[in-house]
Design a binder for this molecule. Structure first.
Ligand code: 4DW
Ligand code: GAR
Length: 221
């Protein structure tokens, strides 16, 4: 009987609330192909640290303000990651720009979630901008990280309709709920080897959507 494949050792990097971290923790309990071994925050006051502590996952604070340079900050980050034998990193509301060298070192092992349908609406304040643009659909994207922010091969996306009565808060809440479904799926696809980067695209070894899958907003009569 072949031994089950070892679970990939995952670190989650946060800067704040950590609701995506909580979703990854909940999903990892279900016998996934990955195990969360470390949560790192660049901010000591990140509320998300409590999710990790409650789940018995090791935490570290590598305070961005405590290092004289980006390189010394990233050296401390790398030391913590190597100390936990981390194999994959999930950025989950981690807001500090990482150097090209760090990103290259973790090429295609460094994931991020963004609250829009990339490449649309790169940058910050995506929900306000979606509303201002009058788009009928927005959503979220899990992608491999590249030096250029909000770029990189797309792993999973979810589409979220914009409603006429939406404001920033209601739209953000619906997109966030989609994020909590997408990130665990994307991590499982990558950790199980069913999502593989070819060039700047991700090939997925999984059933695709039905060919007649169609969403129209507003819904036809
Ligand atoms: C991301 C992109 C831009 C900012 C914050 C996060 C997405 C994920 C990410 C984090 N670190 C990264 C990425 C990435 O995609 N590529 C690289 N590094 N190389 C952003 O603009 N952050 C601003 C700070 C916001 C804050 O502190 O609240 C900033 O000006 O650095
Ligand atoms: C999430 O909505 C994520 O998409 C966004 O930060 C939020 C973190 O929430 N990331 C970015 O905007 C990156 N550009 P969380 O701490 O509750 O997971």
């Amino acid at each position: 009987m072949a031994e089950p494949a070892a679970k990939r050792r995952v670190a989650v990097l946060i800067s704040g609330r950590g609701s995506n971290l909580a979703a990854l923790i909940a999903a990892s309990a279900g016998g996934a192909s990955s195990q969360l071994v470390l949560v790192i925050s660049d901010r000591p006051d990140a509320a998300g640290l409590a999710h990790a502590q409650a789940a018995g996952i090791a935490t570290a604070v590598i305070d961005g303000q405590a290092y004289p340079s980006r390189s010394t900050f990233e050296e401390a980050l790398q030391t913590a990651l190597e100390g936990a034998a981390v194999e994959l990193i999930c950025l989950a509301g981690f807001m500090r720009i990482l150097s090209a060298a760090f990103v290259a070192r973790w090429q295609d092992r460094l994931l991020n979630i963004h609250p829009s349908l990339l490449p649309a609406l790169r940058g910050l304040d995506t929900h306000e901008r979606a509303l201002a643009a009058g788009v009928r659909f927005t959503g979220c994207t899990v992608h491999m990280v590249r030096a250029a922010v909000d770029h990189g091969p797309i792993i999973v996306q979810a589409v979220v309709p914009v409603r006429a009565d939406d404001d920033q808060g209601s739209l953000a809440a619906r997109v966030l709920a989609a994020e909590h479904r997408c990130y665990p799926l994307a991590l499982e696809l990558v950790a199980s080897g069913r999502a593989v980067v070819r060039g700047e695209r991700v090939m997925i070894d999984a059933p695709g959507p039905p060919a007649d899958w169609l969403m129209i907003n507003p819904p036809p009569g």
